[in-house]
Design a protein around this ligand. Structure first.
Ligand SMILES: Nc1ncnc2c1ncn2[C@@H]1O[C@H](COP(=O)(O)OP(=O)(O)OP(=O)(O)O)[C@@H](O)[C@H]1O
Ligand SMILES: [Mg+2]
Length: 348
């Protein structure tokens, strides 16, 4: 193979690729490789370009054994850390004095790494969330079998806490299952016809006891009568219940939680007929640093308070998936000290 042919061949590889011959110089590199490793790498000794020890080692091994080698190359594309799987393959009869050369191909496996990391984080989070109530339960069981065995008053008190902890675990498992279901049917379009204003009244009735306990007034304002749309009524109930409950739990100090429904034939965000449901509170608000991460699983802006109130931190993650399934948008605006506005925009 002539050098020109080799250059053409490497250029046709749809990912970073380069060739190093027995003189240990890079004799061909495609544009992807130059983007990754720098321009002007051709003709240079490979070890001055591929500075990572494991990559140099794989290259040396492939040159020496005239066989394959595999390793990882770590980089950063300016926005994030990236990981490449490097495959070295020996080609006989190529390169200077036809002594053979190594073709190295860099495959971007960043997304696989990230998916793996997310899975590990998720498992770690779930275990941690379950372990906390479980540890409490185990502690109380010990106490009830030992020191508090004959203490009827303590027993009642402990059983009450144990019930709360068991409820927390139950809620967590319920939320996890719900998240799983919502995620798996995210691409299935909902088909039900439903009426939003009536649904909202019914949701408000069911959360009213919670609001009364917290001393919060709930109000509903709708600029028009019934609003019909296609959706999944159980899921939308879940969305608005969580937003209103959050308003009561975290924004209740403001004394009111308002639900506002406005519908428009040409919504600016949806470029078509849509309805906006806003859940507005006058509580402490959420710091801007938390806003972009609120819909992540287990993310809590004020983790101590959230846990104390029995929150699992999964509510808004579920909300986001349900809104996505309805091809809608979720917006969060908040002013520290003034309150928060959660807006769900749904196409009609
Ligand atoms: N209206 C609000 N005002 C202030 N903080 C809020 C408000 N709504 C949500 N947050 C913050 O966002 C976090 C995430 O809310 P999310 O609904 O996902 O979880 P949660 O309410 O803690 O748990 P769950 O909804 O599963 O019971 C909350 O823990 C809280 O810190
Ligand atoms: Mg919540």
């Amino acid at each position: 193979m002539s050098n020109d042919q080799l250059t053409e061949f490497v250029a046709a590889v749809p990912m970073p690729a380069l060739v190093v011959d027995q003189t240990e110089r890079i004799i061909a590199a495609n544009t992807h490789a130059k983007t990754l490793l720098g321009a002007g790498i051709e003709g240079r000794h490979f070890a001055t370009i591929l500075r990572q020890p494991q990559v140099i080692e794989a290259m040396e091994q492939s040159l020496r054994t005239k066989g394959p080698a595999k390793t990882r190359h770590l980089a950063n594309d300016g926005a994030q850390d990236t990981t490449f799987e490097v495959q070295c393959r020996y080609m006989n009869g190529v390169g200077a004095v036809s002594g053979g050369a190594v073709l190295a191909i860099f495959q971007d496996v960043t997304h696989l790494e990230q998916a793996g990391q997310m899975r590990r984080d998720f498992v770690a989070n779930v275990s941690h969330e379950l372990r906390t109530p479980l540890t409490a339960l185990m502690g109380f069981i010990e106490t009830l079998r030992g020191p508090a065995r004959d203490d009827a008053v303590a027993r009642e008190r402990f059983l009450k806490i144990m019930t709360e902890e068991a409820n927390r675990m139950n809620r967590l498992v319920g939320d996890l299952l719900s998240l799983n279901r919502v995620e798996s049917e995210e691409r299935v379009r909902p088909k039900e016809q439903l009426e939003l204003t009536g649904m909202m009244q019914s949701i408000l009735n069911s959360v009213r006891p919670l609001a009364e306990d917290a001393g919060v007034e709930l109000t509903l304002s709708a600029d028009q009568g019934p609003v019909t749309l296609t959706g999944d009524s159980d899921q939308l109930r879940q969305v608005f219940t969580n937003l209103i409950e959050n308003g009561i739990k975290y924004g209740g100090s403001g004394g009111v939680v308002e639900v506002r429904i406005t519908s428009s034939d040409r919504d600016t965000a949806m470029r078509g007929p849509a309805v906006r449901v806003q859940v507005i509170d006058k509580g402490p608000g959420i710091d801007a640093t938390h806003l972009p991460r609120l819909t992540e699983r287990f993310y809590r802006a004020d983790s101590h308070r959230s846990r104390e109130l029995g929150g699992t931190g999964l509510g808004l993650a579920i909300v986001k998936h349900i809104v996505n399934r309805h091809r809608g948008r979720l917006r969060v605006e908040s002013d520290l000290g003034k309150g928060s506005v959660f807006t769900v925009i749904l196409p009609r």
